[in-house]
Design a protein around this ligand. Structure first.
Ligand SMILES: [Zn+2]
Length: 158
């Protein structure tokens, strides 16, 4: 299947074959309604995106973030939460699963008993930012927590 890109996108991608130089790393949920390039009005080559359910950061994500900071030299790292997050909902309600526990347990710890799902999403992202500041303390000022509201179609810092 040939990808259906516009002529402008095709010529941009031809340039990007030489290498990528994104300025921003985004860690966001795998939720199909959350598309960081759309949210931030960006295109190919602009965002280095790491997606995991509930935008949680485990070992693999840490390695990708290290790559973004040390090799790509991104200027900012955004942990992007969103409203109506299934992972947050599952964690609040302590749903059990075969493999998702690694994500749900981390969120559960991050949200510290918060039952309001939007507030819990915000807390989760803010805790992940604190975690990143601790892990990469020579890049402290680069980490930002934000939340995307899937009803209001707005993104804001938290
Ligand atoms: Zn989500």
């Amino acid at each position: 299947m040939k990808c259906n890109y516009s002529n402008k996108e095709q010529s941009l991608l031809k340039e990007l074959v030489k290498g990528q130089h994104p300025l921003t790393c985004v860690i966001c949920c795998s939720d199909s309604r959350v598309i960081p390039e759309k949210i931030f009005d960006k295109t190919f080559g602009e965002l280095f995106v790491i997606r995991t359910a509930g935008n949680v950061i485990n070992e693999g994500e840490l390695a990708s973030i290290e790559y973004a900071l040390e090799h790509l030299k991104v200027k900012e790292v955004i942990v992007l939460a969103h409203t109506h997050c299934g992972a947050i909902h599952a964690s609040i309600h302590q749903e059990k699963s075969k493999y998702m526990d690694v994500i749900l347990n981390r969120i559960y710890k991050n949200i510290d008993g918060e039952m309001n799902e939007t507030k819990a999403s915000e807390l989760n992202a803010k805790k992940e930012v604190l975690y990143l500041k601790d892990k990469f303390n020579n890049h402290q000022d680069k980490f930002i927590a934000m939340i995307y509201d899937i009803e209001k179609l707005e993104v804001r810092g938290i």
